[in-house]
Design a protein around this ligand. Structure first.
Ligand code: ADP
Ligand code: MG
Length: 280
C-alpha cells in the first residue's frame, strides 16, 4: 500500500528551555518522527517526558532549538507561515475552563471561522455540523460555564472542527474529567477521525484511551523510545512499566495470569479479548 504523505515531519528536533543559563534543560532530544495525514496517534510518557513540549511544536507555539519541524511541508521556523500553520493544526488543552470564550456555545464554535472571514451562512452550517459531530447540538444555546467538563471539551473540539483544521492536537484533554466525560471526549475524537479523516495527535496518560489509536508513540526523557501499534507497544509490559506507565487493564491482568501459569497470548489488549481467551 502507498504511504500517505507526511503531515508532520520532524527531523532531529531538540528543544532546550532557557537555553544558555544554568537552568538549561533539554526537553526534547533529537526527535525524528513522521506522522501521515489522517493518522490517529496517541502520545504516552511519564510526567516531564516532553509530551507537551512536542505538542507545542506541532503548531509552532514553540520552535526547535535545533532541527526542523515541518507541518504540511511548512517549516515552523518561518514566522510568516505561522498563521497558515495554525489554520491547519488546532490545539485542545487540559483545562476545559480556559478554552471557551463566548457567552453562548454556538458563538464559541463560530469564533474561529468568523476570524477567518467565512460567510455567515456557511458559518451557521459549520457550527451545526460541528456540534452534531460531537453530540452537543441540543446545547447550542447554552452558556458554556454551565456545562460539564466533558461537554466543554467537546465544544472546544467543535471549535476546531468548524475551523476545518486538518489536524487536532489534544494535550491530556481528559485529565480533569470524570469517567463519563472521558468517554464522551474519546468517542467524539474517534468519530472525527473516522468520519472526516482528521489527523489526531492525542496525548494521554489513560492507557485504555491509547488503545483507540492507530499508533502509539512512547516518550521518555525527551526521546521517542517506542513507536508502534497499541498491540505492539503493550506486548512489552515490563518495558512499559519501567517507564512509569500503567498497562491497559486487560493487558495487565493477562500478564499476571501468564506469570501464574495461565497459557494466554502475549498481545491481549481489550477486555473482550481477555474474556474470549479465558472462556475457551
Ligand atoms: P510532559 O508534558 O510530558 O509532562 P513537558 O513537555 O511539559 O512534559 O516538560 C518536559 C520537561 O521540560 C520537564 O522536565 C519540564 O520541567 C521542562 N519544562 C517544561 N516547560 C518548561 C518551561 N517553560 N521552562 C523550563 N522548563 C520547562
Ligand atoms: Mg504535559
Amino acid at each position: 500500500m502507498m504511504q500517505s504523505k507526511p503531515f508532520f515531519s520532524l527531523d532531529r528536533v531538540s528543544h532546550i528551555y532557557q537555553s544558555g543559563d544554568d537552568e538549561e534543560h533539554e526537553a526534547l532530544s533529537r526527535i525524528t518522527l513522521s506522522i501521515p495525514s489522517g493518522e490517529f496517534v496517541a502520545v504516552l510518557g511519564a510526567n516531564g517526558s516532553g509530551k507537551s513540549t512536542l505538542a507545542r511544536h506541532l503548531n509552532a507555539l514553540l520552535l526547535p532549538t535545533s532541527g526542523q519541524c515541518l507541518v504540511d511541508g511548512m517549516d515552523t521556523r518561518n514566522e510568516s507561515l505561522h498563521w497558515q500553520i495554525r489554520q491547519k493544526v488546532s490545539m485542545v488543552f487540559q483545562n476545559p475552563d480556559n478554552q471557551l470564550i463566548a457567552a453562548v456555545v454556538e458563538d464559541d464554535v463560530a469564533f474561529g471561522p468568523e476570524n477567518l472571514g467565512v460567510p455567515s451562512e456557511e458559518i451557521r452550517k459549520r457550527v451545526r455540523d460541528a456540534l452534531n459531530l460531537v453530540g452537543m447540538s441540543t446545547h447550542a444555546g447554552d452558556a458554556p460555564h454551565l456545562l460539564s467538563g466533558g461537554q466543554k471539551q467537546r465544544i472546544a473540539i467543535a471549535g476546531a472542527i468548524a475551523m476545518r483544521t486538518e489536524c487536532i492536537v489534544l494535550d491530556e484533554p481528559t485529565a480533569m474529567l470524570d469517567p463519563r466525560g472521558r468517554a464522551e471526549v474519546l468517542s467524539a475524537v474517534k468519530k472525527l477521525h473516522e468520519e472526516q479523516r482528521t489527523t489526531i495527535v492525542y496525548i494521554t496518560h489513560f492507557m485504555e484511551e491509547a488503545i483507540a489509536a492507530d499508533r502509539i508513540i512512547l516518550m521518555d526523557k525527551g526521546k521517542v523510545v517506542m513507536d508502534g501499534t497499541p498491540r505492539n507497544v503493550f506486548s512489552k509490559p515490563e518495558y512499559v512499566r519501567s517507564l512509569g506507565l500503567d498497562l491497559p487493564l486487560a493487558a495487565d491482568l493477562a500478564q499476571r495470569l501468564r506469570i501464574g501459569g495461565e497459557d494466554l497470548p502475549q498481545d491481549i489488549l481489550t477486555d473482550e479479548e481477555l474474556v474470549h481467551c479465558l472462556s475457551r
